[in-house]
Design a protein around this ligand. Structure first.
Ligand SMILES: Cc1cc2nc3c(=O)[nH]c(=O)nc-3n(C[C@H](O)[C@H](O)[C@H](O)COP(=O)(O)OP(=O)(O)OC[C@H]3O[C@@H](n4cnc5c(N)ncnc54)[C@H](O)[C@@H]3O)c2cc1C
Length: 432
């Protein structure tokens, strides 16, 4: 029951990592928060790879490593470049606890219970249909059955955020600014996973997959080990899917058949199939994140670092920063855009906007030089290692010369200059 009839301090829409982190931050400071989730329970609608990252997760849930439902502690990160039949893998292994694989239906549900313990009022199986405004100020939300009022409304409703669109804070997403991701969870005996990924019980590995059936497409594959299952999937630019009439599940089927991938999942049984959008617009597509009485957090604000597969950490920390701004606003009784823009300032000072700014040109370069970097050079990495490892009584120097000649033959000098220029431009924007 709310303190003041149907009015509360803050309404948060969406119980994903962003919404839960925001709500718990407010409740811990004694503010009254209603967290509304459309799913049967928090996490029931949520799709991800995936890994959560220890340091940011601990900022919200200090004891999560010992208390949350965790699958495996990731000790290895593989970067796999697939050719048509061959592959090159670079692998970084360290026995540390930078990230954990989790199943969102379990993790989010646990996190929402933590929020309830902190005093958050969780309302599940309820869809927020629209926003209630008084003049230019957001003052509440309408669900199918009820109207809830609040001093501040926080939108944590994920990548589609129909509510941010209703408020005209966001435009419709363009196909080039999102990836469509499909993934399967494949059940496998725990000991087989340990053997195939060279890990012990509770240790896990992450695979980032380039090329293979995604050669030439703006797409990236992923693989995560869970306790007794493997998640495999890929995200492909929606633009590429539409333009080329590709079907993502067909690309995933081909990925699973690749000679490097197939032995890792052999004998497993399909447990779950799901699809979801991932924001890919980056820095240039982050919308206005606040207005009178309202703030936007997580995927709803396009806060995803797609190169690093980081989304949950940006969601949690943006939720926390919005929560802190809301606490300040509630204490001062000021819910104006000017007051709430402190949230945007805090984001700008944090790793979130700094990282998005670092990669602001990445997607433009990727779109412009897609065929070169996502097809030709990926193949060349594999053909270099094929040449390097082959034993054929041809003098090594001749092999090297032939390799270089093949590049000069395949690529016009003008194209080579464009490729080099794109790399310089990208490095410049990242490092300077
Ligand atoms: C395939 C895939 C793999 C990924 N892998 C990783 C990874 O390994 N690591 C990582 O950090 N990130 C990963 N991400 C990104 C990460 O999942 C997201 O960035 C993160 O979930 C965003 O959190 P959020 O709370 O903003 O949104 P969401 O998690 O999408 O939560 C939004 C919530 O709002 C609810 N909702 C929506 N509309 C309404 C409404 N009108 N009324 C009530 N409730 C509503 C939804 O049901 C949902 O629970 C991946 C994403 C995908 C798709």
């Amino acid at each position: 029951m709310l303190k003041k009839n149907n009015k509360t301090d803050v309404i948060v829409v969406g119980a994903g990592p962003a919404g839960i982190s925001c709500a718990i931050t407010l409740a811990r400071e004694g503010k009254e928060v209603v967290l509304i989730e459309r799913g049967m329970f928090a996490g029931s609608k949520n799709v991800f790879g995936g890994a959560i990252y220890t340091q940011p997760t601990k900022e919200i849930f200090p004891n999560f490593e010992s208390e949350a439902p965790i699958e495996r502690r990731n000790i290895e990160h593989k970067f796999m470049i697939l050719g048509e039949k061959d592959s090159t893998t670079i692998s970084y292994r360290k026995n540390d606890n930078v990230s954990y694989s989790v199943i969102r239906a379990k993790f989010d549900r646990w996190a929402a219970e933590e929020a309830k313990k902190a005093g958050v009022i969780l309302v599940e199986q309820t869809v927020v249909r629209s926003i209630i405004k008084n003049g230019t100020t957001v003052v509440g939300v309408k669900t199918e059955l009820e109207e809830y009022y609040a001093d501040i409304v926080i939108l944590a409703d994920g990548v589609n955020s129909l509510l941010a669109k209703q408020l005209k804070l966001r435009k419709n997403i363009e196909p080039k600014d999102v990836a469509l991701s499909v993934k399967e969870v494949i059940k496998l005996d725990k000991n087989i996973i340990n053997q195939r990924f060279n890990v012990k019980d509770n240790e896990g590995a992450i695979g980032e997959i380039f090329g293979g059936p995604m050669l030439g497409i703006l797409g990236l594959g992923f693989m995560y080990t869970n306790s007794d299952s493997i998640t495999i999937g890929l995200g492909v630019s929606l633009n590429d899917l539409i333009e080329n009439n590709y079907r993502p599940y067909e690309i995933l089927e081909k990925l699973k058949e690749h000679p490097t991938i197939a032995p890792l999942i052999e004998g497993g049984t399909l447990q779950e199939y799901s699809a979801h959008l991932i924001p890919e617009g980056g820095y240039k597509k982050v919308p206005k994140l606040c207005d009178n009485g309202v703030m936007i957090v997580g995927d709803a604000g396009m806060l995803v670092n797609n190169l690093h597969w980081e989304g949950t950490n940006l969601a949690m920390i943006s939720g926390k920063l919005a929560g802190e701004t809301a606490i300040d606003a509630l204490n001062k009784g000021d819910y104006s855009r000017k007051m709430l823009s402190n949230y945007e300032n805090a984001l700008s000072d944090s790793f979130i906007m700094k990282d998005l700014r670092t990669y602001k040109d990445l997607m433009d370069v990727a779109h412009q030089r897609q065929k070169a970097f996502l097809s030709y050079y990926l193949k060349k990495v594999n053909s270099f290692f094929e040449m390097f490892t082959s034993v054929n009584s041809v003098p090594k120097k001749e092999n090297y010369h032939n390799f270089i000649k093949s590049i000069l033959k395949d690529r016009k000098i003008s194209e080579l200059f464009k490729d080099i220029w794109a790399v310089i431009r990208l490095l410049w924007s990242i490092l300077v």
